[in-house]
Write a protein that binds this ligand. Sequence first.
Ligand code: EPU
Length: 433
Amino acid sequence: MKFIITGGKPLAGTVVVRGAKNAATKMMVAALLSSEPVDLENFPFIGDTDITAELCKTFGAQVSYDRAAGRARVVTPSITNVEALHLTRRNRIPILALGPLLARAGEAIVPMVGGDKIGPRPVDLHLNALRALGAQIEERADRYEASAPRGLFGARIDFKFPSVGATENALLAGVLARGVTTITNAALEPEVVDLIKLLQKMGAIIGFGSGRTIRIEGVPSLHGARHHILPDRNEAVSFGVLGVAAGGPVRVKGAVQGHLMTFLNTIRKIGGQYDVEDDGIIFSGATALKAVEVETEAHPGFMTDWQQPISVLLTQARGDSVVHETIYEDRFGYANDLNAMGAQMTTSSKCLGELPCRFHGMDFKHSAVIHGPTPLRGATMRVRDLRSGMAHVIAALLANGTSVIEGVEEIDRGYENLDERLRALGAAISRQE
Ligand code: EPU
C-alpha cells in the first residue's frame, strides 16, 4: 500500500484527534484483569488496536466495536488460553499481558515483542519487575514462559530508567498482587496516568508519591468500567506541525495544552503561532521560522515521538538546529530520506546537547544538525517505522512535486484514516494498492 502526495498545497481547517494508540492498547490488556466488561470510548480503529484485539481474543476476551460511536467493549469472562505465540513480533503489547494472565490463570506464554526498529529495545526492566513480584520467567528463543503458582506478591520495584512499558507492566501486575507494590523512577507519561485512571475505576488502589513514585495496594479482584481514552499527543503534534509549516490555521480539536507543554514551548521558540482554545489548539505559520535546540526526554520533557515531525519543520527554519535523541539509540534513519528530498540533516554519535545521555561514548547516531531553510522536493520513499513514516508524509506535503511513500501499513498502525483526514485539510494525497 502506498500514498501518492503532491506537496505544496496550503493546509487549513479542523482535524479531530483520535484516542491515544499508546493508551488504548494498554487499556485493552487491562480489561483482561476483570471478568466484567470494560468500555473504551474515543477508541482509535488502527492497526495496533486490531493486533491487540487479536491478542485479547486469544486469551478468551470478546471484543466488540461500535465504530460510529467510537467505542470498543472488551470482556473476558474467563481466561480460556494462556499462550499467544502466533502473534510474534507484531507489536510490543503481548509482554504486558503477563501480569493479568498470571493473576487470573497463574501462567502465561507470550511471544518475543516486536514494534518499531528504532534501537535494541530490551525488556529487562519488564522481566525484573515481574520477577520482583514473584513471577518465575523463562526466556526462550522465541517466547517468555511465566508462572506464579502461588500468585503475585507486592514488592519494591526500582527502575534505572523511567520506562513507559515496564511501568505499565508493573501496574498491570501489581493491582491484583497481594500487598503493597512501590514503583520508583516510574514513567509518568499522560498515557500511563490515563491507564491508572482506568484501573482506579476498575477498583484498583493506586497513588502517586513524591518524585517519580507510584504506590499500589493490591486488591483481590477488579470490576468493569467505562473510560474515555485521552487524545493522542502524537497525532496532535503531527497536525500542529502541519499547521505551522503549511500555512494553517489548522485547528487540532481535542489537543490538550497540559499534555503538550514542551512541544508548545518549542513551537513558540521556532516562531510558529498557536492559540489554546477550550477544546483544542489552533496552529498557524509564521513568515520566518528560527532554528532551535531540542532534546528528547521522558515526560514532561520533549517526547521522542515528536522528534521526527519537529525535524521536518526545522528543515524550514533559518540557521542550524540541533536535535539530541536521548530515549532511543537509532531514531534518525529517516534523515537519509529527508536529505534525498533536499534537506541538510547530518547525524552524529556525539551527544549534541546538555542532558546526560545513556548513549554517550557509544556508536549510535543519536544527534542531528539540521541546516535550513532548504526547499524540499518530491521523492519515492519506503516507510521505516511509524513515526518516521509520518515524517515522510509531512515532508511530502511540504515538498514541491509528487512523492510516493511505500509501506503505509506501518503508518496505519498508529493513525486512523490519515489520508482522508489530510484531504479534508486540503492535501493532495491518495492511497494505492
Ligand atoms: N528500555 C530498557 N529496558 C526495558 C524497557 C525499556 O532498556 O525493559 C529502554 C528502551 O530500549 C528505550 C527506553 O528504555 O531506550 C524507553 O523505552 P520505554 O520502555 O519507555 O518505551 P516503550 O514502552 O517501549 C512506549 C511507546 C513508544 C514511545 C515510548 C517513549 C508504546 C507501545 N510505545 O514505548 O511509542 O516512543 O514509550 O515514550 O506505548 C510509537 O508510538 O511510535 C512508539 C514507539
